[in-house]
Write a protein that binds this ligand. Structure first.
Ligand SMILES: [Zn+2]
Length: 242
């Protein structure tokens, strides 16, 4: 795995150019954010041990296969590490892919593998996990969450945005890296979540796919405008029933 240190507290671990997970340094060890594709557990643990700190928590931004792929292997190797995910996306880990009646009834997209690991903590908006604050950001998946580091306002946004192939809100089709768009459940909610994250005034944007972006406000504003225009276009094309 390719390791990039973005600050004292934040390391990006990258597999195959575009698939990221993160280590966040805390006083008691590392919080691992997302677990990459399957087969990456050893490589992730090796990075942590080279840096001399144990992984004490695993936080999942959402339940897609390229974020939970190595969860079971990591949990087996690190049975005492806390495993946390939003209460909503936790259901996907059990194989339950039903939608709630209060949710938009549009089909889920992307791979949601069944995992043996049972989360030990279910997260909600506003929760604190180490130095990170939980922000509910539905859209890419129903229970997607982002995390902001309260020490330096680094935003770990999961797939709410991508920077690979262009800075984009989840659901915006980027020809150079279309995967996040193809796996996005609901673009309207993704847009609302993007606005919510912009309002937090992050100091840097760290995403599931692509490199870190420093002072990301202007790029996020542009990405939001692109999504607004694309949704307006879709709205005009939709047949209106009188
Ligand atoms: Zn995803």
């Amino acid at each position: 795995m390719n390791v990039t240190a973005y600050s004292n507290n934040l390391l990006q671990l990258t597999r195959l150019v575009a698939f990221n997970c993160y280590l966040v340094r805390e006083d008691d060890g590392f919080t691992l954010i997302d677990t990459n594709m399957s087969g990456q557990a050893q490589a992730i643990m090796q990075v942590a041990s080279q840096l001399g700190l144990p992984i004490v928590r695993i936080v999942l931004t959402h339940a897609h296969v390229d974020h939970v792929g190595s969860l079971d292997a990591l949990h087996e190797a690190l049975p005492n590490a806390q495993v946390a995910i939003s209460e909503r996306d936790a259901r996907f880990l059990t194989g339950d892919t039903s939608l709630d009646s209060s949710e938009p009834q549009v089909p889920l997209r992307g791979g949601y593998p069944v995992c043996r690991t049972v989360p030990t903590r279910l997260l909600h908006e506003g929760d604190r996990i180490g130095s990170l604050e939980v922000i509910a950001t539905p859209g890419h998946t129903p229970g997607h969450l982002a995390l902001i580091d309260t020490r330096d306002r680094a935003l770990i946004a999961g797939d709410a945005f991508q920077t690979q192939g262009g800075v984009a809100v989840a659901g915006t089709f980027e020809w150079l890296f279309p995967l996040p768009a193809l796996a996005t459940w609901h673009k309207g909610l993704a847009l609302e979540s993007a606005r919510k994250l912009l309002a937090l005034q992050p100091s840097m944007l760290d995403v599931g796919h692509g490199r870190m972006l420093e002072n990301p406000q202007a790029a996020i504003e542009r990405a939001i405008r692109v999504m607004e225009q694309s949704l307006a276009k879709e709205e005009r094309k939709r047949p209106h029933v009188a």
